[in-house]
Ligand binder design. Sequence first.
Ligand code: ADP
Ligand code: G6P
Length: 494
Amino acid sequence: MEPALQRLVVVSNRLPVALKREEDGWKLKQGSGGLVTAMAPVLRNRGGMWIGWSGAAEPEEGAGGGTVGGTDMETLFADFTEEAGYELCTVPLTEEEVDGYYYGFSNEIVWPLFHDLQSRCRFHPRYWRTYLDVNFKFAEVVARRSSPEDYIWIQDYHLMHQAFFLKSMGVRRNTGFFLHIPFPPPDIFMKLPWRAKLIQALTEFDLVGFQTVQDRRNFVGSLHRLMPEARVEGRGAVVTVHMGNRSFRAGAFPISIDYTQFSEMAARPEVVQKTVDLKEALRHRKIILGVDRLDYTKGIPERIRSIQTLLRRYPDLQGTVNFIQIAVPSREEVGEYKELRTEIERLVGRVNGEFSFPGWVPVHYHYRSLPHDDLVAYYAAADVGLVTPLRDGMNLVAKEYCACNNKGDGVLVLSEFAGAAAQLQRHAYLVNPYDVEGIAKALHRALHWPLEERKAHMSRLREQIRRNNIFRWVDSFLRAGIAKSLEDFPEVET
Ligand code: ADP
Ligand code: G6P
């Protein structure tokens, strides 16, 4: 069956919108992060249903929908569906469930471990148990709200047990799983106390997708250690794994963005005006830009230190360049994220204290979520996109920066540990995010790169991202999930 003919049921921890309480009641707010940026245009384009948690813990457990704080969620979501063209379905979670499954298992175990930051993990058995309970709860909703003809597409590390529980309930569905974050090397994965159960659960999906070929190799490496009966067939982007009398597929599908939407938005007269205003406000100094969720995987403190090193080493740059860091608040209830915020604010203060003079402050720091057109104006205004995560599944900011650079004269300085580096390495300036001096040197070169070279590299980057856009990603994933044979499966550019 052609991918377009099946109804798509996307399941993720978060919906594309989150419920937030404001003074005059509950409101729907745009969700943040790469998963939502990537999947929202997909559902707008194809229709279907998105199942997820509302983002607000419910004091009392209620069945699908229900009311929060006296405001009817059904009405808020119905309005959303009318505008967006696809249905939302919520999985209500209690405070205790949110605590153990989301803050605990997802954010204190899988997130740090899979990003190679194992010293930040807290392996509490309670987290694991709540993770299983919540996965069972999600699977019950999926079973109830879907039919055997639907394609069930599970997103990310919060919900790795969906296929396992659907099968254990005797519910037959075609299931795909996509991991938005890296899959760690076997030596790191083996530290997980529940490694065998988790990897076995992943083998229950019909298709398991990763951001890069390296992630898929890491997964297969762990699989071989924990389930020696697994046999891999094929060598392309998608392989078949045989496990005794059953098999599943595993592939690399680098996620992307809606390139045209970003590029066209950057060209809109009102956004062009915002871009001009921004440059004028900064007196046409060079702009180095960082945009991230405020997360310890993003390397923001190291990045600020590299700006300090840049200004110390190359004093001629003082007064001629601005570093703008835009950080969207994330997981603010988690202690490590609070500490990170304090550390960043301290570092920004220190660098500005060291170098500012009347009329020039080197670092501009915005701690808030920006409206889409403002963000695009920042991208379009920046001479250098500085994307230096310590580890990242893909990093969509790198792609968004290039898509918005319609003038084609910007430079992307990119961490070699971002999934995006696998695709963009030939035309981005690759750096080691821990190497503060190396980043400073790269920035100095980037700021002095001849226009012709900048244009040549940026046009290749833009072409790569334009071709491998989010819609191509969806097609390739769904084809691999639905195709009977992989023989004429089109090779994905990884
Ligand atoms: P992650 O998924 O880890 O957050 P990505 O770079 O893949 O990392 O995705 C981040 C997404 O969040 C991007 O789509 C980016 O545009 C968006 N974003 C980041 N910072 C902001 C901000 N301050 N305001 C609005 N959107 C933001
Ligand atoms: C990353 C993850 C997503 C997550 C997002 C925001 O993009 O891959 O699954 O939704 O960060 O994090 P949050 O914890 O707020 O959902």
